[in-house]
Design a protein around this ligand. Structure first.
Ligand SMILES: NC(=O)c1ccc[n+]([C@@H]2O[C@H](COP(=O)([O-])OP(=O)(O)OC[C@H]3O[C@@H](n4cnc5c(N)ncnc54)[C@H](OP(=O)(O)O)[C@@H]3O)[C@@H](O)[C@H]2O)c1
Length: 250
């Protein structure tokens, strides 16, 4: 049985995906930086499936490329890669935003996805099958004030996912890009540098998506018959939609 490798499994979508795939009896490789969170989740899910956890910073190129060879034999055949680890930092305009924050988003959301994908693809190609599920965002297509580099990183994920499909045609490897809108996880707490009050306000008076909602979708695209490839799936809470064009008037 092939395993499911999930990055950013210590909270939010990644944790919810781990729970969903575990409930289906799939073998899991769970990756994140926070060892305490990861080992608590691994201990819990080990009751129902086989779990291997790896402390991994997806920005660490050497560590990512060393990962496939380091996996125990039972977990080595990764059939599903969920490229979920990612973050938004700050909401400042491009003239004032922190360049350190910008680089952290590029390194995590773009380079991390590149590294994990190339590290895992040779095994999938050799086995003649697999599924790469990338977690993009509505921010890939729809700009908002302060979204600047975050939106740019998710536009990369969108276009990279499409190009992967072009590269992998004929190799029986599926690629799906799931693009969520507002979802209450630790995302906004991270964006606002630990300010939980400010993060809570983002979702006040509306019903956001949950990590479990996204995990259902991620699982669903992977469970479809192998001849079906969901290329891109944008999903928002019913309480979210687009605004009109913004027009500045003097
Ligand atoms: N929530 C939303 O509204 C929303 C909407 C659209 C898209 N997304 C995207 O969904 C994905 C998951 O976000 P979430 O909402 O579940 O947020 P979250 O609760 O903050 O989870 C983010 C996960 O990414 C991991 N991570 C961050 N940087 C990492 C790194 N350098 N190396 C390894 N792991 C790293 C974190 O683990 P550690 O800190 O333990 O490493 C954590 O497990 C992200 O790509 C995000 O951009 C979120």
């Amino acid at each position: 049985m092939n395993s499911v490798l999930i990055t950013g499994a210590s909270s939010g979508f990644g944790e919810a995906c781990a729970r969903k795939f575990a409930a289906q009896g799939l073998r899991l490789v769970l990756c994140a930086r926070r060892a305490d969170r990861l080992s608590a989740l691994a201990d819990e899910l080990s009751q129902i499936t086989e779990v291997h956890s790896v402390i991994l910073d997806v920005r660490d190129r050497e560590a990512v490329f060393a990962l496939p060879a380091s996996l125990p034999a039972a977990f080595a055949d990764v059939g599903i890669l969920v490229n979920n680890a990612g973050l938004a930092l700050g909401l400042g305009g491009a003239d004032v935003a922190s360049v350190d924050d910008w680089e952290a988003m590029v390194d995590t959301n773009i380079k991390g996805v590149m590294y994990l994908t190339q590290a895992m693809l040779p095994g999938m190609v050799a086995r003649g099958g697999g599924h790469v599920v990338n977690i993009g965002s509505v921010a890939a297509s729809w700009p908002y004030p302060g979204g600047n580099v975050y939106g740019g990183t998710k536009a990369f994920v969108q276009q990279f996912s499409r190009n992967l499909r072009a590269d992998l045609l004929g190799k029986s490897i599926r690629v799906s890009n799931i693009e969520p809108g507002m979802c209450e996880t630790e995302f906004s707490v991270v964006r606002f540098n630990g300010d939980e009050e400010r993060a809570k306000q983002v979702y006040s008076g509306m019903q956001p998506l949950t990590g479990t909602d996204i995990a259902e979708i991620v699982y669903w695209v992977t469970a479809l018959p192998p001849h079906i490839n969901v290329n891109q799936l944008e999903v928002m809470p019913t309480a979210q939609a687009w605004g009109p064009f913004a027009v500045h008037r003097d």
